[in-house]
Write a protein that binds this ligand. Structure first.
Ligand code: ADP
Length: 636
């Protein structure tokens, strides 16, 4: 039995996920059912693009004109969308229209069950089934390019579909919708034109509908004639001049390209005439794709060469840290037979990527300047991705730096570095930041006490990736970026009135040495602190060291991560420290002291929101000390 015979003339069950999608689509109360046209015309247009691409290697496959035709039959209540594109074999009909890629569907199903918009359908690669929003049966008659037989796929969208031999004169597909009674008006000519203009004007292939031309009056016995008329502009939108394109046209094109249902957040449309001649139309989606952080997923722009579709998800033309941008690049200079491999390390790719990166940065900067709210919205969604740029493309770090936004100690407002520097007091020597796992954790961290007391604003860096930012950005507008958690911070430096010669780090003397020897497994040094006000101690990172929450994260992923011993900073003015110092001067070797020092260390960890290393030991030390304290009280 041939493979063809194996799949034709038989009834096939839909894959379970498809049945679920279908039943949700069929029973959907979703009112905007017209979106089916966008999805099916998109599929037809993709089929034409695929054939045009195949035609580069084998021109004999190409018809005279690639086009989409939409025919209606009011009596039979059908709507037929035909393309003379790449078509499908019987196996492809079974595979493409009976199964779906799992990951996307599950996600779609769960989002739909939570009440998501049916418009999502295309984003998950199940756009074909939107036909069942308006039809109770769909047939697809298809003939693959290069094959000489055709097949009919047919299903009422319940549990199964059939595939059987059929007749078709040329390669391509007819998708025939048997409209539900309540959607009969779609089969009327005027409604159809309207829908095409609304949902498919951006398509760069002609979309034709049949029109009746009355017989010329001067000719006797002449019959009215029917002919196909193109109803869309059928020119690639990105090739038109921006001044000729309306917002609605841009946005409809965007929806076609991305299957998004909301308008984009921002766009840029440009022409580059340098070493590489190309046009670009790029969009920032309002909502991140559901798999933005799935690094295995292909993404990027759609590549055309001289108006011919070459490939989707062309990653090489965009840096990874702009992976949320969608759009089209149409090159005049790349060869038509360009492949992913060829693109990967070609000089042309690098030139295009550089220009595309610059244009994208222009877009982000202008949004940040002119539409602050939109920019903050964008930053909230894509900020963590953009920050990867500091690591992957440090050459853009200055432009990236002004795009950064942070929450700060000054309130709920999210600000940029420019704003920070503009409003910092003249005497403030640096830009201060605190790094931690969350705003709540950094906000209450003892490290900030001194800075806040001095009236300095502190930026909160709470993304893991912020480490990459500060690794690559040491200063901004000639102001150093200084961590509130790092050893080198010396707040006494700029007001010598406060400065007391006794409080230099070295002068903790033997008391400091004792602490250091008791805690030698945990800390690298002991110092007097200039940053503490209310708290007795805190732990700071040695200059150039890794922040502890980053270290914890890294260790969670990689057990080999060495532990950085931090410096214990002591607030010498704190009553607790003064008491301990007194205790030490009466009996330098008292056992009690060691317990207090361990507790101090654990307390430094707790106050910055870090886990303590041995909670059981902490509890037993606490109990011992509480017992002796209460015994002393009871005796007194
Ligand atoms: P998507 O288009 O997102 O992959 P669909 O459910 O819309 O998801 O379509 C599934 C597959 O069926 C397509 O990827 C394509 O391979 C095939 N297909 C659909 N319509 C056509 C058509 N008109 N011509 C050729 N292939 C088609």
């Amino acid at each position: 039995m041939t493979e063809q015979a194996a799949v034709t003339g038989t009834t096939h069950s839909f894959q379970a996920e498809v049945s679920k999608v279908l039943s949700l689509v069929i029973n959907s109360l979703y009112s905007n059912k017209e979106i089916f046209l966008r999805e099916l015309v998109s599929n037809a247009s993709d089929a034409l693009d695929k054939l045009r691409f195949k035609g580069i290697a084998d021109p004999s496959l190409l018809p005279e004109e690639l086009r989409i035709r939409i025919a209606t039959d009011e009596d039979a209540r059908t709507l037929t969308i035909s393309d003379n594109g790449v078509g499908m074999t019987a196996e492809e009909l079974v595979e493409n229209l009976g199964t779906v890629a799992q990951s996307g569907t599950q996600n779609f199903l769960s989002q739909l069950e939570q009440g998501a918009d049916m418009n999502l359908i295309g984003q998950f690669g199940v756009g074909f089934y939107s036909g069942y929003l308006v039809a109770d049966r769909v047939d697809v008659v298809s003939r693959a390019a290069g094959a000489d037989t055709a097949n009919r796929w047919s299903s009422d969208g319940q549990e199964s579909f059939t595939v059987e031999p059929a007749q078709r004169d040329e390669a391509g597909s007819d998708v025939i919708l048997y409209l539900k009674e309540e959607h009969a008006e779609i089969a009327t000519g005027w409604k159809l034109r309207n829908l095409i203009q609304k949902y498919a004007d951006y398509v760069d292939h002609p979309i034709q509908v049949e029109v009746e031309r009355p017989a010329p009056e001067d000719e006797e016995d002449a019959e009215p004639t029917r002919e196909w008329e193109t109803v869309n502009q059928a020119s690639a939108l990105w090739q038109r001049s921006p001044s000729d394109i309306t917002d609605e046209q841009y946005e409809e094109f965007y929806k076609h390209l991305t299957h998004d249902w909301e308008p984009s957040l921002a766009r840029t449309h440009f022409k580059i005439e340098g070493t590489q001649l190309f046009r670009g139309l790029l969009f920032v989606p309002k909502r991140p794709p559901f798999d933005l952080n799935d690094r295995d997923r292909r993404r990027g722009v759609r590549l055309y060469v001289k108006r011919v579709f070459i490939m989707d998800d062309c990653e090489d033309l965009l840096p990874p840290w702009l992976r949320f941008i969608r759009g089209v690049i149409d090159s005049d200079d790349l060869p038509l037979n360009v492949s992913r491999e060829l693109l990967q390390d070609s000089a042309a790719t690098r030139v295009i990527r550089k220009q595309v990166t610059k244009k994208s940065l222009d877009l982000l900067e202008s949004l940040a300047k002119d539409k602050k709210d939109d920019y903050l919205d964008l930053w909230e969604k894509y900020g963590t991705v953009i920050k990867e740029g500091f690591h992957f493309d440090p050459s853009y770090k200055d432009r990236l730096a002004s795009l950064l936004r942070f929450s700060t100690s000054a309130g709920d407002e999210v600000i940029g570095l420019d704003e920070y520097v503009d409003r910092m007091p003249f005497s403030q020597p640096a830009i201060y930041y605190a790094m931690g796992a969350s705003r709540a954790a950094v906000e209450s961290s003892p490290h900030l006490e001194g800075l806040l007391d001095k009236g300095c604003e502190v930026l909160y860096l709470t993304d893991t990736i912020d480490q990459w930012v500060v690794d690559n950005l040491s200063e901004f507008r000639d102001k150093k970026l200084v961590s509130a958690m790092v050893g080198g911070l010396d707040l006494d430096e700029d007001d010598s009135d406060d400065k007391d010669a006794e409080s230099t780090p070295e002068t903790l003397g033997e008391f400091g040495d004792r602490i250091k020897s008791v805690l030698s497994d945990n800390i690298s040094d002991v110092r007097k602190s200039s940053r503490l006000r209310k708290s007795p101690v805190c732990l700071v990172v040695p200059d150039g060291g890794v922040h502890s929450h980053i270290e914890q994260l890294l260790r969670a992923g990689n057990a080999e991560m060495p532990r950085t011993k931090r410096i214990l900073e002591i607030n010498a003015q704190h009553p607790l420290i003064m008491n301990l110092q007194r205790l030490h001067s009466t009996d330098a070797d008292a056992d009690e002291l060691a317990k207090w020092f361990h507790l101090l260390y654990d307390q430094a960890l707790l106050s910055e929101g870090s886990p303590i290393e041995d909670p059981a030991l902490f509890a037993s030390r606490m109990t011992d000390l509480m017992t002796s304290a209460t015994a002393a009280d009871a005796a007194g």
